[in-house]
Structures are given as structure tokens and as C-alpha cells.
Design a protein around this ligand. Sequence first.
Ligand SMILES: O=C[C@H](O)[C@@H](O)CC(=O)C(=O)O
Ligand SMILES: [Zn+2]
Length: 274
Amino acid sequence: MTHVETRYALDPVSARSLDTQGLRDHFHVGGLFTPGQISLVYSHYDRLILGSAVPKGGSLVLDRVAETGTPSVLDRREMGVLNIGETGQISVAGQTHAVGPGEILYIGMGAGPVTFSGAGRFYILSAPAHRTCATTLVTASMARRVELGARATANERVILQFLHPEVVETCQLVMGYTRFKEGSVWNTMPAHTHDRRMEAYLYFDMAPETRVFHLMGQPTETRHIVMANEQAVISPPWSIHAGAGTGAYAFCWAMAGDNIDFTDMDMVAMETLR
Ligand SMILES: O=C[C@H](O)[C@@H](O)CC(=O)C(=O)O
Ligand SMILES: [Zn+2]
């Protein structure tokens, strides 16, 4: 019922030599959101776990994950769960939270097993934690809104920051999602890196035929990974993470690492990109 795959961390020089399939094997995450299943990827970049739970009206329990070496997955971890489906429930530590579309439940360290139920399509993120912060349901109206980009540069969008120090306390996780104005298709360009934190993207709300060309790699060694709806991609700390879509899309971003300062980015000058 819980399927876990390990992805090891790669250095930027090794990553340069990968072909398309090699890049996908290391960084692209397909096969998520399988109904009736919990699917997880355990990444060695900052030990972020990303994955999905689709209870499909039944219920799914996330408890022991052998890769963490603890009796229950949250014994030394925190978790953020975004619902990209219809309203569903997450029961944890004796409490049931109704999580609506576009809402994120933060679950603090030590909360015990997590039960997913109802019509939710849950996107799961988890990072190691050192203390317990309060389990909190964060709605879209609680999220911090950052509007940026412009129509002329096809990147007019709003960044909704849910797990952010000004919204809810966490140890490592910083998380939210970005939505676009119609016709804007570029995310995170001009690009940036943050060697202090890794990042993961989930592309969602896409038509079946839409593709996002996700850009990765060191600024002077860029590569692309073609993404379809509800696929995720791991962004190493040394990599840019940006993309352009052939149609409308949204994406959930999440970070773990050395700080929780969203604005701590090393911007890449356009003339640097290769
Ligand atoms: O470090 C921050 C992350 O890359 C994302 O938040 C960027 C993003 O959502 C965007 O530009 O739309
Ligand atoms: Zn970033």
C-alpha cells in the first residue's frame, strides 16, 4: 500500500553527462497519484520525501517508512500536505482535519501515523525536523501572496506562500504554489539557485496534452525535462529550476535545507545562461 523509491543525490559534474533517460531516472518523478496507494520518493537531497496519497473514498495510513529507520515516519520529521483534489480528510494525533482544494496541512514532528481519506488527491512533502511545531491547516486566505512578473514577459503570476515563517512555524519546510495569469507560461525566469536548499516542484492543473519544459542544471549547463500533469521534479541545490508551459499550469514548490528564508536566492544573470 505504501510504495517507496530512493533517489540518491548527484553532484553537478556527474549530472552533466546524463542523457534524457538518465536525467529522468534521477530527477523526474512520474507515477504519483495512483488511486488507492501511497507513493513516496525518498530523496537524498536534504532527505526530502515527496509523494502522494489518493484514498479514492477509502482510507490510507502512512506510518512506518523503512527508509527513515524510525518506527513511524514523523518520529523525527515534519510534513506538509497539499490537496490538489476535492475535499478530503487527514487524521493525525486523534484529530481529523478537512482539507479543501488548494489547502495545505502542516503536521508537526512526532504526530504519529497519518490517515488520508475521502476524495482528496494529496501531495506529500516531508523533511527531517528537530522539534515539534503545531499541526496547522493553512487555507489560501492565510497564505502570503506575492504577485510578480508581467504579461509582456509571459510570467505574470502569484506565488502563494503557505509554509512560510510569516504564516506558520516549521523547522525546514517552506512550501506553497504558484498560479499564473492567463497566457503567462514562464515560471522562475530570471532563474536562480540556492545551494543552501534543495527544491521540488509538482506541476498540476494541466490539460492532458500540455507539457512544461522544466529547466534544470547549473546556470552554464542547462538541461530540460519534459513534464506532464501531476508529475514532480527534484531540483538539486546547485540547479536552476524554471520552466515554460505549452498551456496553462500551476506548480507546487517546496524547499528544505539550511534556512527557511524564501528570498535567499542567487539570481542568475541572463548572460550567464548556457
Ligand atoms: O525559491 C523559490 C522557488 O524557486 C519558487 O518559489 C519560485 C516560484 O514559485 C516562482 O517564481 O513562481
Ligand atoms: Zn528556488
